[in-house]
Design a protein around this ligand. Structure first.
Ligand SMILES: Cc1cc2nc3c(=O)[nH]c(=O)nc-3n(C[C@H](O)[C@H](O)[C@H](O)COP(=O)(O)OP(=O)(O)OC[C@H]3O[C@@H](n4cnc5c(N)ncnc54)[C@H](O)[C@@H]3O)c2cc1C
Length: 402
């Protein structure tokens, strides 16, 4: 792996930086600076700009709409987007179900579903987890019974409950793991179904998180009729798609570029905040915590670069994605702890109320506005995408051979 940037890479960085500067929607900057929650339309604004430019899916093969960038260029892209504080795109279509569809789907499925993911017109959610099937995902019970309709076509009738379904309240479609053969071994009787979220029988109920946000939901499926043509890959072989998707999901969670930007931001705050008559950045305890974080982040960055280099030479993300997930999310959580520490007392008033209409005016500096809700929200990162304990088990088995 060559770690030096070539002249072409440096020119590419310039091109990317200029593009983001000229095309990133200005109204989004305002929203992020003022700590507002982003709406679906906000996410779509940036998505559409990138889709128009052809830069929406750098990791996809060119034939399906990818950019054809090298691993280094993709890395530069993520660095520049984070540097500009650009919002992170929703991963469910682009990083999760998209790669499953172009890898395992039929030509008809690719033609039908990939364009909507690229354009942003179709929003996806992930229906994997159930009460009783989180870490032990293969224990899932949502069942899909196959039958022939009056029109002579083949359908599934789906019944069950999913939980923690992120953004299901906004999703047009969902990708669901369902049990199609209750008699076989847990991993062998599962299929991967694409379901239109407007299908009768689907109910989405909010779960409000510790930070007061509506991000996750329960999704109930009662006699939901799904055409068999919406199944990706073979019946009862959905576990293959499920595992493939999870490796992509975990690699994406690492968020190295965003964490690097987060460290810079905390340093700025620590320069501005006073502690015992001197800037907080001069406090040796605080300085040590930042330095330790930077060292861990640098190590993670090289691991990510190695994974990216492997991917561009045709290796899909494998068990090393678990390592990226663990270290990446631990660093993200430590960042929010340091931000809270830097904000001190000012972090407290901004804990979002659980009720409607929290119209309190800001107290303290702008940087302290969202530190508490963000701190609470980021506790999720060591749980979702498969908890970090489970990732350690995967590394023990698949990487260390224990
Ligand atoms: C904010 C958020 C968003 C999410 N979004 C989605 C989504 O969009 N779609 C979706 O399908 N799911 C989603 N999830 C679900 C997530 O994938 C699960 O929460 C996760 O897999 C853990 O499952 P669980 O919550 O059932 O915990 P459990 O499996 O009950 O685990 C409880 C605890 O026991 C530990 N544990 C369990 N088994 C073992 C073991 N064998 N060895 C060691 N420790 C173990 C776990 O690490 C954890 O600490 C989301 C979760 C959160 C918090």
């Amino acid at each position: 792996m060559d770690l030096n940037f070539s002249a072409e890479d440096i020119a590419f960085r310039g091109e990317v930086r200029t593009f983001i500067r000229d095309h990133y929607p200005v109204e989004l900057h305002g929203k992020i600076d003022e700590g507002e929650e982003l709406s679906k339309e906000d996410f779509l604004k940036w998505h559409r700009v990138l889709a128009k430019k052809g830069w929406i899916a750098p990791a996809w093969p060119v034939e399906y709409g990818g950019t054809g960038w090298t691993a280094v260029q993709r890395y530069i892209w993520s660095e520049e987007a984070a540097r500009a504080d650009a919002i992170r795109l929703m991963p469910f279509g682009l990083s999760m179900v998209g790669p499953v569809i172009y890898t395992f789907g039929t030509s008809a499925q690719k033609e039908r579903f990939l364009p909507g993911i690229l354009s942003g017109d179709v929003w996806w959610c992930q229906g994997y987890s159930e009460p009783g099937a989180g870490s032990d995902l293969a224990n899932l019970r949502t069942k899909a019974e196959r039958f022939t309709g009056d029109d002579g076509k083949e359908y599934y009738r789906v019944n069950g409950q999913k939980t923690w379904t992120t953004m299901a309240q906004h999703a047009d479609w969902g990708f669901f793991l369902v049990r199609t053969d209750p008699a076989s071994k847990p991993q062998e009787g599962i299929s991967f179904l694409l379901i239109d979220m407007k299908t009768p029988g689907i109910t989405v109920r909010p779960i409000i998180t510790l930070g007061g946000e509506h991000e996750v939901n329960e999704v109930w499926l009662e006699d939901v009729i799904v055409p068999v043509e919406n199944r990706i890959y073979e019946e009862n072989k959905g576990w293959t798609c499920a595992k493939f998707l999870l490796a992509h999901e975990r690699t994406g969670i690492a968020g190295v570029a965003a964490s690097k930007r987060g460290v810079e931001r905390i340093k700025d705050v620590a320069r501005a905040e006073q502690d015992g008559g001197q800037p907080l950045i001069a406090n040796p305890f605080f300085k040590r915590k930042i330095s330790e974080l930077e060292v861990d982040l640098a190590a993670l960055e090289f691991t990510e670069l190695r994974t990216l280099a492997g991917e561009s030479s045709g290796k899909g993300p494998g068990p090393e994605s678990s390592l990226l997930k663990i270290k990446g999310t631990e660093i993200q959580q430590r960042l929010t702890e340091l931000a809270l520490e830097a904000a001190g007392h000012y972090g407290a008033p901004y804990f979002r109320s659980f009720g409607e209409g929290d119209n309190a005016t800001a107290v303290g500096p702008d940087h302290s506005r969202r530190v508490a809700p963000t701190y609470f929200n980021m506790r999720k990162t060591s749980i979702y995408g498969g908890s970090n304990e489970i990732q350690r088990n995967i590394i023990a088995k698949m990487v260390l051979g224990l």
